[in-house]
Design a protein around this ligand. Structure first.
Ligand SMILES: [Zn+2]
Length: 302
């Protein structure tokens, strides 16, 4: 597939890609780089009228609502489970690094920042103005805007974490290079993102739950490793992870596959009074990576 302004592959810089499919759930066609196999949605002119990262996010999340992919009332009530999932992420992180200065890119309303506060001096960055305002109102240190806009000092952090953020960014490569600059040698990078190498993508195709309009990049374990290694990291662990959620959110997510089944489960959950039960699901389509900045890398590059 060729377009007039062909965007080069963010991972390897090649310009040959194959068309996979088009779906209204994504903000353009899904393609795969012929050289490195990175899956992505090339940027197009659709969002050209919206200049800032914040307004673009708003525009994309409105599209997710139009497509009925998220239910705001369900998301709102999910906060206790987001807090539980955040505590579990912190617990796992502590097995790699015990303390220090931590930066979370894409910290949303700050559940992970809050949970990490007992062990780390935590800073967040959040482009969505509403969410970053909520994080600040909870007394958390959250910067507005995007990572390049933050102009943070080189080697000022022991941990840089991106939980379900990298797939939204205009350039994952730039973000990981910036994380490399911000980390001290030996510092830890954590990335959690959907795994398109999972059998669910093969089975469900365009109906896979991770296809939503604000997801632009889809990694396999191989391509996420390469992203980190190319930027000067040593990958210590990549594995598929699950997360805690309410029965209510589970029913809502099932609705992405089948509206009828999703609403049947919602009604059943309410009747049985189990909406507030905690499920721990590992569907095998989300992966979490831990990588360490190589010792010889001094950072601070131009
Ligand atoms: Zn490529």
């Amino acid at each position: 597939m060729r377009a007039a302004n062909l965007e080069l592959c963010d991972l390897c810089g090649a310009n040959e890609r194959e068309f996979i499919f088009s779906t209204p759930r994504l903000n353009g066609p899904l393609v795969r780089c012929r050289d490195c196999s990175l899956y992505f949605v090339p940027s197009n002119g659709d969002a050209s009228g919206v200049p800032t990262a914040a307004s673009q996010m708003e525009w994309l999340s409105e599209r997710a609502l139009e497509l009925d992919l998220v239910d705001p009332s369900v998301e709102e009530r999910e906060r206790p489970w987001r807090e539980l999932a955040a505590r579990e992420r912190v617990e796992e992180l502590l097995s790699f690094v015990a303390s220090g200065r931590l930066l979370e890119v894409g910290c949303s309303t700050g559940e992970f920042l809050f949970a990490s506060g007992n062990h780390f001096k935590a800073t967040g960055i959040e482009a969505d103005e509403g969410s970053s305002g909520v994080a600040r109102s909870r007394g958390l240190h959250c910067l507005p805007g995007s990572l390049p806009e933050a102009h943070l000092e080189a080697e000022g952090f022991d941990v840089v974490a991106l939980y379900h953020t990298i797939e939204h960014l205009p350039s994952p490569k730039r973000a990981v290079s910036e994380a490399q600059r911000l980390l001290r040698p030996g510092g830890w990078l954590v990335i959690e993102t959907p795994d398109i190498g999972s059998p669910w993508f093969t089975i469900l195709g365009a109906r896979w739950r991770q296809f939503i309009p604000d997801h632009r990049y889809f990694f396999t374990q191989k391509t996420i490793r390469r992203l980190c290694i190319d930027a000067g990291f040593e990958v210590r662990s990549v594995r598929q992870v699950g997360k805690a959620m309410s029965t209510r959110l589970f029913a809502s997510r099932v609705g992405r596959y089948s509206k009828r089944l999703g609403s049947a489960l919602s009604i059943l959950g309410a009747r049985l009074g189990v909406e507030e039960k905690t499920l721990r699901l590992n569907l095998g389509d989300v992966m979490r990576l831990y990588a360490q900045k190589s010792g010889q890398e001094s950072g601070g590059r131009g």
